[in-house]
Ligand binder design. Structure first.
Ligand code: PFF
Length: 455
């Protein structure tokens, strides 16, 4: 069933026996899923698309479509036991799949180049908050613009990349697994402290009801497509991470149970993030649909107005930085596994070479949001916006489509690897064959503007 003849010049990390422990895999996958998507993007799109109604759509998309696709990626990865394109090649003799798999190696590389910019912003804000400098001047919007308008984001991005590289260089169990096992419990503690703080603010109830009492009149086809796209981003789908992580999972581990744990962990995290951001915003009269500046511009104002604000603000940005770094490691592992396998490079060389390339590619993103090359606009989008758009709106749904078509239609042995009962298998494969690809194509068409006439 597994065709090893097609393996490439050097063993993939998974071939050389790199494996997660059972709990290590769950921690690492939840770490990848939980990230800036949950704390930075989710709140402002939820604010924009109607609060609770959007959260409901997101939940439905995540459970009904996200989980089956996540299960498909993990199954494919564990059966292929290679970097993404090799895993495809090993599971079918049909030509072209390895090249399509390559797209899913390119996507995380490109994402990382701008995701690490935002990760850098969070570390800068954590440092400024703890030192109190953030609160010494109440013009938060001015502070944010002067920071992103300078060259400083380049150095903070470099710090994010170097921290990520330092974890990945240590390998799967001593690096990725250990890092996540330390950071995730820290993340949960910080999250709970901040939930208690925000729910006990005067005026918190209004924010809770915005987030949790749905107004079904606000549901629209557009918000459903945005919710689906975000469910994919949030579960790290379509970008090779879950396929690569799947390659390090022990054969005895249940992928069904793992999928549930990762999906529910991600959802719970988004829920708790909402319980921090919306009550805090409402308590201080901040518009939650504010946009990408919400957590960097609006929330500092809220922290400044609360007792021990610089402590809570610092904790909040540390939380964001932890969440970002457990995701950046998942992104970097994808091209690193590929380079080790395809070029026969050592892990150290692969990590170093890719990190240098990422740093170079990240510079235009770091200085294009209000910075030196902000004026380089193509079609009203900055370099940063284009990277985000190409990755999140095109490469990611395309990756999702490739996986669902492959697992649903091309690869004939998904059932053997998945280890589901026949009832669950039928539900899963039905979703993977029919529902997920159709919905993903709709997201792609929507992103390409082909459905604009409907909205
Ligand atoms: N899931 C992460 C988030 O929500 O921030 C983003 C992400 C990480 C996407 C890793 C893809 C990935 F491979």
């Amino acid at each position: 069933m597994v065709d090893h003849n097609k393996s490439t010049s050097a063993p993939a990390p998974a071939d050389s026996g790199e494996r997660f422990s059972k709990s290590g895999f769950i921690f690492a996958a939840i770490g990848s899923a939980v990230g800036l998507g949950n704390m930075w993007k989710f709140p402002y799109i939820t604010g924009k698309y109607g609060g609770a109604a959007f959260f409901l759509m997101f939940t439905v998309c995540l459970l009904a479509v996200g989980l089956p696709v996540l299960m498909a990626e993990l199954t494919l990865g564990r059966a292929g036991r290679g970097s993404v394109s090799t895993s495809f090649n090993r599971l079918t003799k049909r030509k072209g799949w390895g090249a399509l798999g390559f797209l899913m190696i390119l996507a995380p590389f490109l994402i990382l180049s701008f995701y690490s910019v935002v990760a850098g912003w969070t570390m800068y804000y954590a440092a400024r908050s703890f030192s109190g400098q953030l609160f010494s001047n109440s013009d938060y919007s001015g502070q944010f613009s002067s920071f992103i308008g300078s060259w400083q984001p380049v150095w903070w991005m470099l710090l994010a990349l170097v921290l990520t590289a330092a974890v990945i260089i240590k390998g799967v169990s001593a690096g990725i697994e250990k890092f996540n096992k330390i950071l995730i419990p820290g993340l949960v503690i910080l999250l709970l402290v901040l939930v208690v703080r925000s729910l006990t603010l005067d005026g918190a109830a209004e924010g809770v009801s915005f987030f949790l009492s749905p107004d079904f009149g606000k549901l629209s086809a557009e918000s459903a497509l945005v919710a689906l796209g975000h469910a994919f981003f949030s579960l790290s789908l379509g970008m090779g991470t879950m396929i690569t992580y799947g390659a390090y999972v022990d054969k005895r581990q249940s992928l069904g149970a793992g999928t549930m744990a990762i999906g529910l962990g991600d959802l719970l995290y988004a829920f708790l993030a909402g319980l921090i951001i919306f009550p805090t915003s409402f308590a201080f009269g901040i518009e939650p649909g504010e946009g990408p500046g919400l957590v960097f511009v609006a929330l500092p104002a809220a922290f400044a107005a609360m007792p021990l604000g610089s402590l809570f603000g610092g904790l909040f940005f540390i939380l964001l930085a932890f969440a970002a770094l457990t995701s950046t490691v998942g992104l970097l592992e994808v091209p690193v596994a590929f380079a080790c396998e395809r070029f026969g490079w050592s892990r150290g060389l692969s990590v170093t070479a890719i990190t240098v390339l990422l740093f170079i590619l990240g510079i235009p993103s770091a200085i294009s949001v209000g910075g030196a090359v902000d004026g380089w606009q193509f079609g009203e989008k900055t370099f940063f916006d284009w990277m985000d758009f190409i990755c999140s709106n095109i490469l990611l749904p395309l990756g999702g489509l490739i996986v669902t078509v492959f697992v649903g239609w091309v690869w004939k042995h998904a059932a053997d690897e998945a280890g589901l009962t026949s009832g669950w298998f039928r539900i899963w494969i039905f979703m993977v064959r029919y529902i997920a690809p159709i919905l993903v194509v709709l997201v792609l068409l929507y992103s390409a503007g082909a459905l604009d006439f409907l909205f």
